[in-house]
Every structure is written in C-alpha cells, then in structure tokens.
Design a protein around this ligand. Structure first.
Ligand code: FUB
Length: 371
C-alpha cells in the first residue's frame, strides 16, 4: 500500500519533470534562430520596407519578370571572416541563389544553389552582382568573378529554367572586365550589357584600355577630367559574346558637359541598370562613396545620357545597388540595405514602388520612414 502510494507520487513527479523538460527544450529551440532573424525583430519601424527574405543574406538584386513571375538574381552574402577594405575583399561570395515571387510582397521562394564558384572552371574568388536575360528558350546568368590572376571578368552560364541550376561556359566572355553586368533587352530584341565599377571593381585599372595591375586602387582620373565611364556593349545573337566594340556610357550635365572625376555626388561608381520608360532610356547607377542612386536619360541604349538627379537617398550600409522593373502596370525598385546584420557585407534585399512623374523624372525615395 505504502509502496503503491510512493509509486503513484513518483510517476506523477516524473511526468511533471518530463513536461517541464519538454517545455524548456521547446523554448530553447524557438530561440535558436539565425542571428539575422533575431535582429529583424529589433527595430523594423524606421525602414521604408522590410527584407524580402531573412534566411540568407542577399544583395545587388537584379529583378526580371519571366512568364508572369518575378525572379530576383542577387548576390549571396556570406561572412568569410575577411577584414573590410576599399578593395571590397570582405565581399567573398561563393554561390548564387535565385529568389522568386508571384506578387510584390508575396511569398518569396529561395530556389537553392543556382551556380557554385567551384563549378566555374576559370574562377578565383568573389562572385559579385549578377544579372540575367532570356532568349529563345534559354536563360542566361551573367556574373562577375575574379579569375585566377585576381582580375575581375564577366562570365555567363545557361539554363532552360529561370531559377537554374546554371551551367557556366568554360571561359569568361572575351574582352570582358570589371564588375556588375546589367543586361537590357530592347523592344526590337537587341540586347546590351552595361558593366563596370571603380575602386574594388577595378575599372580604373583599365583606363588605358589594358589592365594595369599597379594602377590606382581607387579613381585614376584627375579631378578636373571627365569621370571614368561605365561601359556598354551590344550582345551577340547567341547572348554568349560581345558583338562590337565596348563603348563609354557618357553622362553629361544639362549643358552637355561630361561629369567630372571630382563630382562624387553625380559621377558613376558601380551598379548600373537600364530601363525604358515612355520611349526614353533611363541609365541608373550608384555613386559609391557618396552612397546615392542617380539616373540620367538618353534617346538610345548607347547614350549620351543627361544627368537628371538622385532617386534614392543613402541606405543603411556602405553599398547601394538596385534594379528597376515593371510588374502589372506599376514600377518597382529592388534594392538592399543592412537591416538584418548592420554589417556592410551582410545585406538583405528589399522592394518598394518607384514612381515616374509626368515630366519623366523619377520621384525621390527615402529608404527610411519620415519621422
Ligand atoms: O556585392 C559586391 C559589390 O558591392 C557589388 O558588385 C557592388 O555593386 C556593390 O553592391
């Protein structure tokens, strides 16, 4: 009888202990989230938009609408433990993940690894900002990566599916150099690649037309000379090569004078994009060390482009990089900041609406909410 009573009490206590252990375990698991997801909950109110995905770090989003769906081709940021410097060595990315969504602010799918650096035979290090294009049943992923001599080149990989997996060509695109390819397909089917970036993007090392390994680490040009230009080239019919000479994307002021090297608030730095609106060609880009997104308008894909202004104020983090896309009658800008990590090399992609005024100008966007 005594023993029976002890047994019952003991069983009851054991069940209580089990329940307690279970509760503690559940609590521990639910706090075991990635660091990024935790910081997401800290101070979301001050930002205009929230990260579209928080399970991986993403940046440099190139958005396209393929088959009625939005596909985003971003860099996949990782912490490689490399200290920050002006060369951008801390951006040591190793693969790409394509994101997709059926609607703006809808569910975002991470489609897994689309291309890994180990599968690019000529690659050395640093998979930077990519872009994509579609032609005749094939999707093309364009990507900058340093070759085995530590020189940035632009490569191309193909897939029958927009989210990959992509297979890289055996060599970089002939005559390609520097970073940040943006491929624009015009209404007549002709495609053009805009590319280049100064400082870590090495554009200044090509100022004479040939690569100068000992060239300046930042801008090579003198302050009162025209700024270094982004590059543009027509793509071949098979989308795998350049077709014709690489030209300068000239940005001029309203009097037709080229922007100067000292004009850090307006001159091109990196992260170019092209969109067409009401028959005009909008060349947009980052001003880099002044952290602005600016645009200039031209009458054809080669320019020249007349500088029109800033359309996005600085985001949180050193870099700013965007794309502009039309979806269901509205225009959107995909961009990034560092809301999830507060670290310049661990960024997160966002999206917000972009509006053109009746005179063709673009409304200024503040990535922070007005207080
Ligand atoms: O993501 C690495 C580099 O940072 C990109 O190529 C630049 O445009 C800047 O966003």
């Amino acid at each position: 009888m005594q023993l029976n009573k002890w047994n019952k009490t003991h069983q009851k206590n054991s069940r209580l202990l089990l329940l307690l252990t279970l509760l503690v375990t559940i609590a521990a698991i639910s706090t075991c989230q990635p660091a990024n997801a935790q910081s997401l909950t800290t101070d979301t109110g001050k930002y205009l938009s929230q990260p579209i995905i928080s399970t991986i770090y993403t940046a440099d989003p190139s958005a396209h609408v393929f088959d009625g769906k939005i596909y985003i081709y971003p860099s996949h940021d990782i912490d490689a433990g490399i200290p920050e410097n002006d060369n951008g060595d801390h951006f040591a990315m190793r693969d790409y993940h394509i994101l997709s969504m059926d609607s703006i602010n809808g569910k975002v799918t991470d489609n897994g690894i689309a291309l890994d650096i180990k599968d690019i035979p000529w690659a050395g290090r640093q998979l930077w900002a990519p872009d994509a294009a579609y032609k005749n049943g094939t999707y093309y992923l364009y990507f900058p990566v340093k070759d085995k001599n530590d020189i940035f080149r632009i490569g191309v990989a193909t897939s029958p599916l927009p989210a990959g997996p992509f297979k890289a060509e055996k060599t970089p695109i002939e005559c390609s150099f520097s970073i940040d390819p943006a491929v624009f397909t015009d209404d007549d089917g002709n495609a053009y690649m805009y590319f280049g970036g100064i400082w870590g993007g090495q554009l200044q090392k090509w100022a004479t037309g040939k690569y100068d390994a000992n060239g300046s680490k930042t801008d090579l040009q003198k302050d009162d000379e025209p700024a270094l230009s982004c590059k543009v080239v027509k793509m071949s019919k098979d989308m795998l090569h350049f077709d014709g000479p690489v030209k300068d994307v000239l940005i001029v002021d309203k009097d037709g004078k080229p922007l100067l090297g000292k004009d850090h608030d307006r001159r091109f730095f990196e992260g170019s994009w092209m969109h067409r609106y009401n028959g005009k060609y909008y060349f947009s880009y980052s001003t880099g060390d002044t952290h602005l997104l600016a645009y200039a308008i031209g009458d054809n894909p080669f320019g020249p482009f007349v500088y029109r202004g800033v359309f996005m104020k600085p985001v949180q983090g050193w870099t700013t990089h965007h794309s502009i896309v039309e979806f269901k009658g509205k225009w959107y800008i995909f961009y990034h900041d560092t809301q999830l990590s507060d670290k310049t090399h661990l960024r997160n992609v966002k999206v917000t609406e972009l509006k053109h005024n009746a005179d063709g100008s673009i409304q200024l966007i503040d990535p922070f909410k007005n207080k």
